[in-house]
Design a protein around this ligand. Structure first.
Ligand code: SF4
Length: 338
């Protein structure tokens, strides 16, 4: 079972396919992950051209259904692994554990692949998540947990609130982090207070832009209300951060600067997220027109470090903006330290 996350990481996957085709030619390969789902034709071309005899398939279904199907075809050959969570315990030291309480997102932002990868938004049972957190904390002493959900706060009362109440009830003293942005629109004082009480330490919010929004996920009013609630609940700038998307087709770099200054005024450290065109999204289609690269044919060209959606990236302005963001974050750090 092979996977590949970013579309432009496919050379690593191809190296593995070469390896298995050479040394285990009779074993079937199951390939999942973002690249395989979004660039299936590209993957098919590679395998059909180089290993037309290979037995392989794409993992299209959710992981539980896939594993059940696999078990019907191949009888497990040994003792089952001692637990069914991702095997973080294969590491000598577990610095943190990743938790996914849901799949997908009810929003449809035109630059995001969430809907394409997970057409349905599914939340797992809160009790299962409490068990999972408890397992890693009590068995392995793990303190830090990073939620990788796309939409952690949706349906808060019936989902995350239940999980966090469960964590409190069991007396688990842990720290939570949300490197994937939270939806600011769902944060009021009650939500922020529960996050604070249960050990949330790193909170990232998705802002993206302050004008010409491409999505419906948050208004500036909702964003500011969320910031007010988070500060009131006891968080400080060092716990918080907001993402700004930049490098979009026809990017307005002055708007990016204004977004940085806006966050500085709110005392929120800014984090720039360079745009990567994702196949199957409306912005990918637009980026194909504005890019200097063959985005459709070559997934390597999706690499966001090259600002692939732009014909002529203005590198000096880009460096200036990156330095501006770094400078604002550094100023907050110094302020917090003093
Ligand atoms: S809200 Fe976030 S996860 Fe959901 S579609 Fe928009 S960018 Fe993607």
């Amino acid at each position: 079972m092979l996977t590949c996350t970013m579309t432009y990481w496919y050379p690593g996957l191809f190296t593995l396919i070469d390896f298995f085709a050479k040394y285990f030619p009779k074993k079937p390969l199951y390939i999942g992950g973002i690249y395989a789902k979004l660039c299936l034709k590209h993957l098919e071309n590679f395998i059909e051209t180089n290993y037309p005899w290979l037995r392989w398939d794409i993992v299209r279904e959710d992981i539980d259904t896939f594993i059940s199907k696999l078990k019907e075809t191949y009888e497990p050959s040994g003792k089952p692994f001692s637990h069914s969570y991702p095997a973080f315990d294969l590491q000598r030291h577990i610095p943190y554990v990743v938790i996914l309480t849901s799949q997908g997102c009810p929003f449809s932002c035109p630059y995001c692949a969430s809907k394409k990868l997970y057409p349905y938004f599914i939340q797992h049972e809160p009790e299962e998540i409490i068990e999972e957190i408890s397992f890693w904390h009590q068995r392995f002493g793990v303190l830090d947990f990073a939620f990788y959900d796309d939409a952690l706060l949706v349906n808060f009362e019936k989902h995350l609130a239940v999980i966090l109440e469960g964590v409190l009830k069991r007396g688990l003293r842990v720290r939570f982090h949300t490197p994937n942005a939270l939806h600011a629109r769902f944060i009021d004082l009650e939500v922020a207070s529960l996050l604070k009480k249960t050990g949330f330490t790193t909170i990232r919010l998705g802002l993206e832009r302050i004008e010409d929004r491409l999505d419906q996920k948050v208004t500036l009013e909702e964003f500011e209300k969320a910031i007010y609630s988070l500060f009131k609940a006891g968080f400080n700038s060092s716990n918080l951060g907001a993402y700004i998307l930049f490098g979009l087709p026809h990017e307005d770099f002055d708007l990016v600067k204004r977004t940085l200054w806006y966050l500085e005024k709110l005392k929120i450290p800014p984090y720039l997220a360079e745009f990567s065109p994702i196949p199957g999204t409306p912005l990918f289609e637009l980026a194909k027109e504005t890019s200097r690269y063959p985005l459709q044919e070559e997934p390597l060209c999706h690499n966001n470090t090259t600002f692939p959606a732009l014909k002529n990236p203005p590198w000096e302005v880009i460096h200036e903006i990156k330095n501006l963001a770094r400078g604002i974050r550094a100023r907050f750090k110094t302020l917090e330290a003093s």
